[in-house]
Design a protein around this ligand. Structure first.
Ligand SMILES: Cc1cc2nc3c(=O)[nH]c(=O)nc-3n(C[C@H](O)[C@H](O)[C@H](O)COP(=O)(O)O)c2cc1C
Length: 480
């Protein structure tokens, strides 16, 4: 879909558009598309919505479509894949692959070779895929309407996992003597293969030639990896990629979303910092990193080149994001500074304000009869302030303000003090469960306006913020 750039509008129209978009929970670009759709379908022009006060609480009116929270907007959701399982020992991993694709909203249809049925039963594959498994080229029912052609044409992507040396050879040379190879030869969809075989088979010059032919034909590969072979006790290259790696590769191939932030370099911080007291104790806070990681992942999905500087968290590194792991505020500050120059900074981490003035090299012992010693604290670097006042200041600086009282007043003061463009204020009072939880209620505050969003999942919050970031760069980037 072509993208719309909202640039040459006068300020009043832009503001009205921004308000209307906020009211409907859309980005400005989405709002323009809706206005155009309305105009085309009614033949008269868009229905007029009342003007809004930007300082108003829009909680009642913002509606946002649900996303699969756990899997954070998987790009393949709603799409359909054809999974061809050939006869390798790794076929058992295909069951997990099917499950992981389906839980991300991907429809999976399966074809199995006869050899694959020696390793996993069609019954198990069908039960997990939630449908019929196809394996017979001569099946009367499905071949009446040329099933071997229809099967691939109805999919957005064809996956071969595991891909045996045998099936790769057939694909490379255009053989079509069973359903799997006939489907692959009649196919006009992108193909991803996950080779899995004994290391000697993979290293064999015949397989090397076949792999090179397939790559030249535009077929994508994931793996094989190096490691122990399940069947032979041998080690080397030939293990099938893990199901989650295949899921990530599938996501990339199915991702056809527009990339409005392509060319934008972003640095994001996330999580808490840990400030050591002695080798086993540290000062920390309850930040989980869920919000910062969701923002980094969403920025990458919108096409930005993202570096995430993460404090200690129990989360996987987001797909498509370069992640730098740090522990203390001082480490985080220098990792952020090393990313300059960049276009965008989103400082989400809950950086400890103070650290212990001294770090004991040995564990501090409790001494019976003597009370606890006192801890002298010193101030940590203020990372948001450093970014906001940097000579290399990013074009857009976004900070978070975690507050338990006077949210808006405190956030607005922070905006000025830190020289940030926006502050995302969130109420982290314990009763709200924001710190460590999966939901968040935020207000986006800039020099002029406050936009309050309703209670949303952290993934949805990330989408709302990133949509507005994309709008900002569209508005503030001069046309070529
Ligand atoms: C126990 C066992 C394990 C096998 N594992 C693999 C394997 O991991 N990769 C492979 O390419 N072939 C493997 N083979 C050989 C294939 O099953 C054989 O080449 C078969 O013809 C492949 O058929 P297909 O490509 O139609 O599925 C294995 C064979 C046996 C008996």
């Amino acid at each position: 879909m072509a993208s719309i750039t909202i640039r040459n509008l006068d300020d009043e129209t832009k503001q009205a558009l921004r308000e209307r978009a906020a009211q409907n929970g859309r980005s400005m670009e989405q709002e323009v598309r809706c206005l155009l759709d309305d105009a085309v379908s009614s033949g008269s022009g868009p229905e007029q919505k009342p003007r809004l006060n930007p300082a108003q609480d829009y909680t009642e009116t913002v509606s946002i479509s649900a996303v699969d929270e756990e899997f954070g907007n998987y790009p393949g959701a709603g799409k359909s894949v054809l999974l061809i399982i050939s006869g390798g020992i790794a076929a058992y991993k295909s069951l997990d692959l099917i499950r992981r694709l389906r839980e991300r909203g991907v429809e999976v249809r399966c074809v199995m070779t006869d050899a694959a049925a020696q390793f996993v039963t069609p019954m198990a594959v069908g039960a997990i895929a939630g449908g019929q498994v196809f394996s017979d080229l001569w099946d009367r029912a499905s071949e009446q309407d040329i099933g071997h052609i229809r099967l691939s044409r109805e999919a957005d992507l064809v996956i071969v996992a595991p891909a045996t040396a045998d099936l790769m050879a057939k694909m490379a040379h255009g053989l079509a003597d069973d359903l799997a190879s006939a489907v692959l030869l009649a196919n006009n969809r992108p193909v991803l293969i996950a080779p899995a075989m004994n290391p000697q088979m993979w290293a064999n010059p015949a397989t090397r030639r076949n792999a090179a032919l397939l790559a030249a034909d535009g077929i994508s590969f994931v793996g094989p990896a190096s490691g122990e072979m399940a069947e032979s006790g041998e080690a080397g290259r030939g293990r099938m990629a893990e199901p989650l790696e295949i899921v990530a590769a599938v996501g990339k191939l199915l991702d056809d979303r527009p990339r409005p932030l392509a060319g934008i370099r972003a640095v994001v911080t996330s999580g808490p910092t840990h400030e050591p007291i002695d080798p086993v104790r540290y000062i920390a806070n309850r930040s989980s990193g869920k919000q910062g990681h969701a923002i980094a992942r969403t920025l990458a999905q919108y096409g930005a080149d993202v570096t995430l500087v993460s404090g200690p968290v129990n989360l996987p590194d987001p797909d498509g994001v370069e992640t730098i792991h740090v522990e203390t505020a001082r480490e985080m500050a220098s990792a952020v500074e090393a990313q300059f120059p960049c276009d965008l900074a989103v400082m989400v981490a809950a950086v400890a304000d103070w650290r212990s003035a001294a770090t004991a090299t040995e564990k501090m012992k409790k001494q019976d009869g003597k009370g606890p010693g006192s801890l002298e604290l010193v101030e940590n670097p203020d990372i948001l302030k450093m970014v906001g006042h940097s000579a290399d200041r990013p074009r857009l600086v976004v900070g978070f303000a975690a507050e338990t009282q006077n949210l808006e007043t405190n956030a607005r003061a922070k905006l000025k003090r830190k020289n940030a463009d926006w502050i995302i204020a969130n109420d982290v009072s314990p009763e709200g469960g924001v710190m460590g939880g999966d939901r968040n209620q935020i207000a986006i505050i800039d020099a002029k306006t406050t936009l309050k969003l309703p209670d949303l999942s952290k993934t949805e919050v990330a989408t709302q913020i990133v949509e507005r970031i994309a709008d900002w760069f569209a508005e503030n980037t001069a046309s070529a």
